[in-house]
Design a protein around this ligand. Structure first.
Ligand code: EPZ
Length: 421
């Protein structure tokens, strides 16, 4: 397993190009299963999770090839709607093939994703929605087996108990080929949900209301393949914005708009950073002192849970105390113990972390536990005195496209050290 070694103290400056969105690419690649023919998806980030999804599509009977930022997916009708444990356990977002397979094949057998480091992450809402549309759901031997009597789902009114992000995406994909009209109430409003609806409508679906909490889908009989460029990754962008603020740097983030990051921008400004629109991107200028501010993570358009760990690093150097409350996942503070080993002063009580700002962080050997925690440890290494070794960076590679290769030209002293070195 590779490590990433950082020598802290750099002030980041320059331009960074934001890659395509992981959390848009994954449901879109899964949605390709809904239409035979040749799909081309552009601006796809070079990530382990994308690689896992293309392998899963191949296992299901599609042909999927990643080359130079593009994924070409071609289907010719015959699919084996079984997503096996060995792939699903690598990436719980594999569950995103469930909706498309049930819509396309009238059945699916998908390994239950199981929990991960940040929480139990059940899929009860996904399954409740499919049942409402006429599917029969059986949990057996660690798999969920979904079958549709008569082969075609029927439109239904679905009310989600929680605006689940991939749950909304799965049910949208299931509904586009159903017979009749489906409504999804209390739907997730993330930009990636909107992007998926754009892609499905481009394929011939009839979806309205994506991006709001009430989505309506008129089922159609068939969809057609498309050529589409994926939106930029707002969480990668947010991570670089925090890195600019934390290092008192001056970064231009190319190819990202304000809208998907409003909640993060508000908090960065409260912390004292300057964040402005500029050309086709965003300019972030860090400042000292860093002011403390409180954060509560919420489903979009609230402060994204995927930015919680990174923002905590910024608050660890603030002049004062901040409270960070994680309301989305039940166990998403594993970066706290590693940050405290670097000299941060953070106490966790249930869902709230109290961050007492300190003068400096000190480089240390730290362990990455999940995707965003690993990014936060790299940002901490940038501002710590001395050398930080972040271990188990395969977590990072799941969701960041060559993170250290993007940071080095901005002034960071950072390198990837081959595993066990
Ligand atoms: C998506 O996960 C993202 N993953 C996550 O990004 C992101 O943190 C999360 O949405 C919130 O935006 C992808 O898009 C691939 P949820 P998802 O369903 O869909 C509970 C990253 O770092 N819940 O909105 O799994 C669940 O346990 C990843 O890129 C149920 O109880 O999130 C959790 O506590 C991490 N039952 C909460 O809702 C369900 O059926 C949020 O889950 C579904 C969810």
């Amino acid at each position: 397993m590779d490590n990433i070694r950082i020598v802290g103290g750099a002030t980041l400056a320059g331009t960074v190009r934001i890659s395509g969105s992981k959390n848009a690419a994954l449901p879109i690649l899964a949605a390709a299963l809904l239409a035979d023919g040749e799909h081309v998806f552009r601006n796809v980030p070079n990530l382990r999770d994308v690689d896992t999804m293309t392998k899963l599509l191949e296992r299901l009977g599609a042909n999927a090839v990643y080359r130079d930022g593009r994924v070409e997916v071609s289907l010719s009708g015959s699919l084996d709607p079984t997503a096996p444990y060995d792939l699903v356990k690598q990436m719980r977002a594999s569950v995103l093939v469930l909706g498309p397979l049930v819509a396309r094949c009238g059945r699916a057998i998908v390994s239950l994703p199981g929990g991960c480091a940040i929480g139990a992450r059940p899929i009860d809402q996904h399954l409740k929605g499919l049942s409402a549309m006429g599917a029969e759901v059986e949990l057996t031997h660690g798999y969920v087996e979904v079958t549709v009597p008569g082969g075609r789902l029927r439109g239904s009114d679905i009310a989600l108990d929680f605006p689940t992000h991939t749950g909304t995406e799965n049910l949208m994909c299931a509904a586009v080929l159903a017979k009749g009209r489906t409504t999804i109430n209390n739907a997730a409003r993330e930009p990636e949900v909107e992007e998926l609806a754009r892609v499905l409508n481009k394929m011939g679906a009839r979806i309205e209301g994506a991006g709001t909490s009430a989505i309506a889908i008129e089922g159609v009989d068939a969809l057609h393949p498309i050529d589409h460029a994926i939106i930029p990754d707002r969480i990668e962008a947010g991570t670089f914005m925090v890195a600019a603020a934390a290092t008192a740097g001056n970064l231009f983030l190319e190819g990202i708009g304000f809208e998907p990051l409003e909640a993060v921008i508000v908090k960065l400004r409260e912390a004292g950073a300057t964040v402005e629109r500029e050309g086709n991107g965003i300019r972030v200028v860090g400042a000292r002192p860093i002011y403390p501010t409180d954060v509560i993570t919420q489903p979009h358009p609230g402060f994204p849970t995927d930015m919680q760990a990174q923002f905590m690093v910024l608050m660890s150097l603030a002049e004062g105390t901040s409270r960070i409350t994680e309301t989305v996942f039940e166990n998403r503070f594993m970066h706290v113990s590693e940050l405290n080993r670097m000299g941060a002063n953070i106490q966790v009580n249930a869902r709230t972390a109290t961050v007492h700002g300190v003068k400096r962080l000190e480089g240390a050997e730290v362990m990455a536990t999940d995707l965003r925690a690993s990014a936060s440890l790299v940002v901490a290494g940038l501002i710590a005195e001395g050398t930080t070794d972040v271990r188990r960076v395969y977590h990072l590679d799941r969701g960041y496209d060559q993170f250290e290769m993007k940071l080095a030209p901005l002034g960071a002293t950072i390198e990837r050290v081959p595993g066990n070195a």
